[in-house]
Design a protein around this ligand. Structure first.
Ligand SMILES: Nc1ncnc2c1ncn2[C@@H]1O[C@H](COP(=O)(O)OP(=O)(O)OP(=O)(O)O)[C@@H](O)[C@H]1O
Length: 306
């Protein structure tokens, strides 16, 4: 079937109904209606959970049944979609419906407007963007994960692990509770960070590897990162007292923390992160315990943008 512009569009639609405190379900319906109205053939690949959604979409892509994958959700869905489309000819469309939407915002995509976002399938321009690829383990234990925005391994990911383990409260408030519990006991983490062969050993609060600039709902942890420069930005927040760490926190939303002395920014194509007991998160999704090797893969994703 042809799209409104005459180009063939078989659209795999992947909706996370839980995204944005339940906004995902209605945004998914609205995106679906818009795609159908624009004349596209829509294949609903959504699942009851993340694993089912991933399996449906991976099967459809492997079988050559879709030209475009349209994901409806937050950064977690952008993460999933980027990984599914990486290295394929299937273009990704993002319908931002999350709480953070860091990638959609930094990529200049519509937010809170599912019709406008879905319309990019018809009239958007495909743009090649870089992806990060994290690899770990060997043999049967080996794994890899693509990511679009930021991979974090430090205080941020310790808090995320803690929040995931909490039964109560639900939603973003669980991060506030997790921060309140972790902060008093948190000690700088001994890391080895190897960027293009240059090894840095340091005690730090966190290390973030950015293909894009932001994570955590507007925190521009790697403000100089660009999705199409063929490089990863690495932000190291060296050891700080808890009060000094708290004072640094608001500056991260503006990205001005990088001008402060305890913060160091490195840039390169390959990054190895080593630390004991730290589990990395990327695009807000759990990845794997360190050590990890991260590389940038230039132009790995075709993204539909304005
Ligand atoms: N049916 C489903 N399909 C996909 N993911 C689901 C589903 N149900 C629950 N999830 C969970 O939703 C998480 C991703 O949420 P997503 O990022 O899309 O929204 P958000 O957390 O509200 O937004 P943001 O990450 O931008 O703050 C995944 O980790 C996954 O476990």
């Amino acid at each position: 079937m042809n799209g409104a512009d005459g180009r063939p569009r078989r659209v795999g639609l992947l909706v996370n109904p839980t995204a944005g405190k339940g906004r995902g379900a209605s945004y998914g319906d609205r995106a679906h209606r818009r795609l159908r109205r624009d004349g596209h053939e829509v294949l609903d690949l959504s699942g009851t959970d993340l694993a089912a959604a991933r399996a449906h979409a991976a099967d459809a892509i492997a079988a050559g049944r879709v030209d475009v994958l349209c994901v409806v959700g937050g950064d977690g869905m952008a993460h999933l979609g980027a990984g599914l489309c990486a290295g394929t000819d299937v273009a990704l469309a993002l319908v931002a419906a999350g709480t953070g939407n860091d990638n959609a915002r930094e990529l200049g995509l519509p937010r809170r407007d599912p019709e406008a976002a879905a319309a990019l399938v018809t009239c958007g321009r495909p743009r090649r963007v870089d992806l990060g690829r994290a690899r770990w383990g060997s043999g049967d234990e080996a794994g890899e994960r693509w990511f679009l925005g930021v991979l974090g391994a430090g205080f941020d990911s310790v808090v995320a692990e803690r929040a995931a383990a909490l039964r109560w409260p639900r939603g973003p408030r669980r991060y506030e509770v997790a921060i309140a519990r972790e902060l008093p006991r948190f000690r700088p983490i001994p890391y080895a960070v190897v960027v293009d062969g240059g090894r840095l050993e340091t005690a730090a609060m966190l290390v973030a590897v950015g293909n894009g600039p932001a994570f955590g709902g507007g925190m521009r942890i790697c403000p100089g990162a660009s999705y199409d420069d063929g490089l990863l930005d690495v932000c190291v927040v060296h050891a700080l007292s808890v009060p000094a760490f708290l004072r640094l926190f608001p500056t991260v939303f503006r990205g001005t923390h990088v001008r402060r002395r305890p913060v160091q920014v490195l840039r390169g194509r390959h990054v190895r992160l080593e630390a004991d007991g730290i589990v990395a998160q990327a695009d807000g999704e759990r990845v794997a315990p360190l050590p990890l090797d991260v590389e940038v893969v230039p132009g790995a994703l075709s993204l539909l943008g304005p």
